[in-house]
Design a protein around this ligand. Structure first.
Ligand SMILES: [Fe+2]
Length: 485
């Protein structure tokens, strides 16, 4: 990987970062942690960016000061590769075709027979590279192909795989949803397994005890596909089946096996939170085909006697796993009528002048309105034709004002991924926006904090970093007050 997708290898601890301009707001206290793929070693043959080892970059804001720490998540794969001083894993996405498979089989057998290795695929957390959350007193690094990895803050030590006291028997999404009203965490796990169970669903209480789980039957599964995210309302869970499927033939021909099958429609499953396949019912809504990775939010609305559900999500109508420039995601809205069982409307969000909102991804809303009606959301505006997702500005959308939007262009030609928002007061859009930015001309990174209410282009503070921070996936801001509770 090149440019700011290239990995870094050192692990630093810096107690006081220099300020370039502005000052750190005194009421900004907590940890901003962002995780991403960062291979410890160059791969055996090829590596898709998605498959690198999880690496956390964490900033601790405290009384106007900011410190920085970065560490690998020490999964079983990471530890075995470190012990051997070289890579042991094989790319599932990039190394299709019979020759790479034979080479890898040879390599794997050789290692096992002559070097006494168990191989990198034994139990233990996968890549742990996609998201990092705090719930029930634990920090969990997540990647959808495996179970969570527990880490500690602020020292970023890896505790190990977290399996919910032995109760979690399957992969765990990188995007569980937390109901802010009662602390329940709603999650799922999927497998690209056309023969057996491909979708499992569950709910924990606020202490991370699993209180409900259900394996979807074949009848409850429209088709087997990648499912990256889900969304909740106050009473319902919503899972979109978008036809991003595994084409087994392509594994053998060497092409990327995860393909968008646009002959299949989107199927949106809506079911009560404690759905068990028996005492409650599931409803499916058929929609236009497309691909969606991240939901903005969803909420329930009454219209007379009818119950409606609005779903806000980023949708794209074409997609390639190896070239993101072949499809662009835009904010999209579905309106479902649960009473009649009909999809009322769907389409890209437009402003009052009839134009679509600009292309972008990584939407964020305030955590305390998850599953309830939101007025605002923020997302990162994609740089056109980037092969992987890169953004250079931030949009704020006002859903109550005809989807009017404001943008912040990242100063100094900064390029970003996801931003995090931090509530400053009760007002929904009174937030700080924090992000890492990469500056290509100097091959360096800085941190920006912006005012999410005014959307002023001048940052409240721009903080120097001791090193380049590679592009990553998701991050969250953990407020000190909430961590102390
Ligand atoms: Fe994601």
């Amino acid at each position: 990987m090149n440019g700011n997708f290239a990995p870094i290898h050192d692990e630093l601890t810096i107690t006081k970062l220099p300020i370039i301009s502005g000052e750190i707001p005194k009421d900004l206290n907590g940890i901003y942690a962002r995780i991403g793929p960062n291979p410890q070693f160059n791969p055996l043959y090829n590596l898709h960016w998605f498959e690198g080892d999880g690496h956390i970059h964490a900033l601790e804001f405290k009384d106007g000061n900011c410190s920085y720490r970065n560490r690998f998540v020490q999964t079983e794969k990471y530890l075995q590769e470190k012990e051997n001083g070289r890579p042991l894993a094989h790319s599932m996405i990039m190394d299709g075709g019979i020759n790479p498979l034979l080479k890898y089989t040879y390599h794997y057998l050789y290692e096992r027979m002559y070097r006494g290795l168990n191989g990198p695929l034994k139990k233990g957390g996968g890549a742990a590279n996609t998201n990092i959350i705090y719930h029930g007193g634990k920090f969990l690094a997540l990647e959808e192909g495996h179970k969570p990895m527990e880490v500690t803050f602020p020292d970023l030590k890896t505790v190990g795989e977290f399996d919910f006291k032995g109760k979690l028997k399957h992969n765990f999404t990188a995007h569980p949803k937390i109901d802010p009203r009662n602390g329940e965490m709603i999650f799922f796990g999927y497998e690209l397994n056309p023969r057996g169970t491909s979708f499992r669903y569950g709910v924990t209480d606020k202490n991370l005890d699993i209180i409900h789980s259900h394996e979807f039957t074949k009848e409850e599964t429209p088709y087997v596909c990648m499912i990256h995210d889900m969304v909740i309302t106050e009473n319902y869970s919503i899972v979109g089946f978008y036809p991003l499927i595994l084409d087994v033939k392509k594994v053998l021909t060497g092409e990327n096996p995860i393909v968008f099958d646009d002959t299949k429609p989107t199927k949106i499953a809506v079911f009560p939170r404690l759905y068990d396949g028996k005492s409650s019912k599931i409803q499916f809504f058929e929609a236009e085909t497309g691909v969606a990775f991240h939901y903005i939010n969803a909420y329930e609305e009454r219209e007379g006697d009818d119950l409606l559900i609005k779903i806000l999500v980023h949708v794209q109508k074409s997609f390639s796993m190896t070239d993101f420039s072949k499809g662009q995601p835009f904010p999209y809205e579905y309106t479902l009528n649960l009473t009649s069982g009909k999809l009322i409307s769907e389409g890209f969000l437009k402003t009052l002048d009839g134009n679509q909102l600009p292309s972008g991804e990584f939407p964020v809303v305030r955590g305390e309105i998850t599953g309830q009606k939101n007025r605002f959301f923020y997302y990162s505006l994609v740089v056109e034709k980037s092969e992987l997702f890169v953004a250079n500005s931030i949009a704020k959308v006002d859903l109550e004002k005809g989807n009017a939007f404001q943008t912040i262009t990242i100063p100094n030609n900064g390029m970003i991924g996801e931003v995090s928002i931090i509530p400053r007061s009760e007002e929904e859009d009174d937030v700080y926006i924090v992000c890492y930015a990469y500056h290509e001309h100097s091959n360096s990174s800085t941190v920006f904090v912006f005012d999410g209410k005014t959307m002023n282009n001048t940052p409240l503070v721009n903080i120097e970093l001791p090193r380049r921070v590679p592009f990553g996936f998701h991050g969250n801001f953990f407020e000190t007050q909430k961590l102390l509770k």
